[in-house]
Write a protein that binds this ligand. Structure first.
Ligand code: ATP
Ligand code: FE
Length: 328
């Protein structure tokens, strides 16, 4: 099956061609319009998707060496995300599918993040435990043999990526914060500051990052601007470590509780080098199989949406015409 996949849930305009757990192309256009606002502006995102999507789809087909006639199915993210942004992708997907009388698969963005692991390791089969940590979500799933996903835990307040983005902002680093923080932390001492890791112990599989954020705020309030600048690498490294600790400990705890031998770490935050290294080390120690998609497959992309569509029945033409996007 050759799938043309479209993803426009946030500020990346993405299209990909996926065949049998292989991405033949994976085009990502990251909108630069938001930089000067220091965060994604929904209306700006929708308009930018509208301007870019056609070209991005064409590029995805060309890079895959495919034409529309080679496509068997269209897949598109329908939720969750910015409603106006999602609608641009959904309308385009409907139009393309309709014109060719193709079936259309509506895909959940978070299931897409998990499905990126199938592209990374085509031999991967459930059951496994998966953690998605991204800009808007931090969710632990048990993925069953039938690929059904059940919720094991999630964040009670901020998402892990949000914590990194807000922390980076407080430290005067760029946007998006995750990569900026990672860079600033590279030479830092991650044990210099003791930032809290919430809900660490016990059987609780939920996360909380708002206390961590507040703790950084109080810490830098007590320092002069000069001090903050001098301590920047250590503050960044220590803060990043607290986020990594929370994610690593919960994923390992979930594997233990579910008696799982395979783990998946996905979502934009899984692009983080420190997190990747820590997890690989811990899983090796415990003889657990770990799949983390390559960084480009961790942050938003359309190949992961195509991968998620591989394990679902698409809606036949023209049953998807009434399909709608949803923000949650
Ligand atoms: P969601 O998937 O919840 O709808 P999103 O799609 O906006 O949110 P993703 O693209 O999946 O989010 O992930 C973006 C997040 O990942 C941002 O918070 C960003 O800071 C973080 N991130 C990206 N690269 C890194 C990195 N190298 N280290 C840490 N965090 C990172
Ligand atoms: Fe995402």
């Amino acid at each position: 099956r050759t799938i043309l996949a479209i993803e426009t849930s946030c500020d990346d305009t993405c299209a990909a061609v996926v065949r049998d757990r292989r991405a033949l192309s994976n085009v990502i256009h990251t909108q630069q319009e938001h930089r000067r606002y220091g965060g994604v502006v929904p209306e700006v995102a929708s308009r930018a998707h509208l301007e870019r999507l056609d070209g991005v789809v064409r590029t995805a087909l060309r890079e895959a060496g495919a034409e529309l006639g080679d496509v068997d199915e269209v897949a598109v993210t329908v939720r969750p995300g910015l409603i106006g942004a999602l609608l641009v992708g959904v309308a385009a997907a409907k139009g393309i599918a309709c014109a060719r009388r193709l079936p259309l698969a509506p895909v959940n963005h978070l299931e897409g993040h998990v499905a990126a692991a199938y592209l990374e390791d085509p031999g991967l089969e459930p059951p496994f435990v998966a953690l998605v940590a991204s800009g808007g979500h931090t969710v632990l799933y048990a993925v069953g043999k039938d690929r059904g996903m059940s919720l094991l835990g999630q964040t009670l307040d901020d998402a892990a990526g949000e914590a990194l983005d807000k922390g980076a902002r407080m430290l005067g680093l760029g946007f998006p914060g995750g990569p900026a923080l990672q860079k600033a932390a590279a030479e830092g001492d991650d044990a210099r500051y003791d930032f809290p890791v919430a809900l660490r112990d016990g059987k609780n599989l939920n996360f909380s990052f708002s206390g961590l954020k507040t703790s950084l705020l109080y810490k830098i309030r007590g320092m002069s601007g000069e001090e903050v600048r001098a301590e920047l690498p250590h503050l960044a490294a220590s803060y990043q470590r607290a986020v990594v600790e929370a994610l690593v400990s919960k994923l390992l705890r979930a594997a233990e509780l579910r008696d799982a031998s395979t783990l998946v770490m996905a979502g934009g935050v899984a692009a983080n080098a420190v997190l990747r290294e820590r997890l690989h080390k811990e899983c090796k120690k415990r003889s657990l199989k770990l799949v983390i998609p390559s960084p480009r497959l961790c942050t938003d992309n359309a190949a992961m949406i195509g991968a998620a569509a591989l394990s679902a029945e698409p809606l036949p033409y023209p049953h998807y015409l009434s399909l709608n996007a949803r923000s949650v």
